[in-house]
Ligand binder design. Structure first.
Ligand SMILES: Nc1ncnc2c1ncn2[C@@H]1O[C@H](COP(=O)(O)OP(=O)(O)O)[C@@H](O)[C@H]1O
Ligand SMILES: [Mg+2]
Length: 275
């Protein structure tokens, strides 16, 4: 078991060391416990640390594999700490919900098209979505009708997969930031699978706000239609992936001991699309 207090102190020490070595000034908290803004010379930077060093290394690998295809620039990396270009002004697509939702979908399509042109890395550099989806075979406190449906759809989708690309793997609103007149992508997981998988994260977010919206069902249907036509994908495959990923996200939340209150209504909403 990880000792969180030890880990937090260790992490702060690591951050202080890298701040000194990379000569960063004006360090200020940006998000959570481990993400800061700062200045390197007169360049605006973001410092991202994480107690999960493996996940952060994987993020750095994914950012490098996507370099030149619309992601934020990696300036330096050292065990457990990443130095990134600060995206400016940096507002995320979350502020587009709900009024400018269709515009947000078009922007997401543009960044996805660019990301998916990155060359496919060697097999063992990134996990495959089928490995992530093995989690559905464990026993979870999730209604059986949902878990069974998710397993069956997963098997069907994987057996009939379109050609594979390197996927971002978590491309929701808060990972797409405005950069001048353009948008930059942050926080990729890096996972291999078919293109239709990618749009699921956007379609189910921002989860609390979407679920609160009396028109959620129509918003989701319109998003599926627009992603399908803009990216030349099959709308039914997108809907199937949305449901499977909602159940996967539920299992992840249970595994991590996170709040799962939104996952039942979300799965219910998406279940009706795949019946
Ligand atoms: N390079 C960056 N430039 C500007 N803002 C950033 C940058 N990296 C992260 N942020 C801000 O911090 C938030 C969390 O960062 P993110 O890397 O997505 O961390 P997490 O893994 O916690 O989701 C983002 O949604 C964004 O608002
Ligand atoms: Mg993020």
């Amino acid at each position: 078991m990880i000792d969180l207090h030890f880990n937090f102190a260790f992490q702060l020490d690591l951050i202080q060391q890298t701040v000194r070595r990379w000569v960063i000034s004006n360090l200020k908290p940006l998000s959570g416990d481990y993400i800061f803004t700062g200045l390197q010379g007169n360049r605006e930077v973001v410092l991202k640390a994480s107690p999960d060093i493996q996940a952060l290394n994987q993020e750095a690998r994914a950012l490098k594999a996507f370099a030149g295809f619309g992601v934020v620039e990696v300036l330096a990396q050292e065990g457990g700490v990443l130095l990134l270009e600060r995206v400016m002004p940096g507002g995320s697509l979350k502020s587009y919900f709900p009024v400018k939702d269709q515009e947000a979908v078009q922007i997401a399509c543009e960044v996805i098209r660019k990301l998916h042109h990155a060359p496919l890395p060697a097999r063992d550099e990134f996990p495959h979505i089928k490995n992530w989806l093995l989690l559905l075979d464990r026993v979870w406190n999730i209604p059986e009708s949902y878990i069974n449906k998710a397993r069956a759809l997963r098997d069907k989708l994987l057996a009939t997969s379109a050609p594979e690309v390197l996927l971002h793997g978590d491309l929701h609103h808060e990972n797409i930031l405005s950069r001048g007149s353009d948008f930059a992508v942050i926080d990729p997981k890096g996972v291999i699978g078919e293109r239709a998988y990618e749009v699921g994260a956007f379609i189910r977010n921002p989860i609390p706000q979407l679920l609160d919206d009396p028109d959620a069902d129509n918003i989701i249907k319109t998003r599926i239609r627009d992603f399908a036509s803009n990216l030349d994908l099959d709308a039914n495959r997108i809907a199937d992936w949305c449901f499977v990923q909602a159940v996967l996200a539920w299992a992840w939340a249970l595994e991590d001991g996170l709040n799962t209150v939104y996952y039942k209504p979300l799965a219910e909403l998406l279940y009706n699309l795949v019946l």
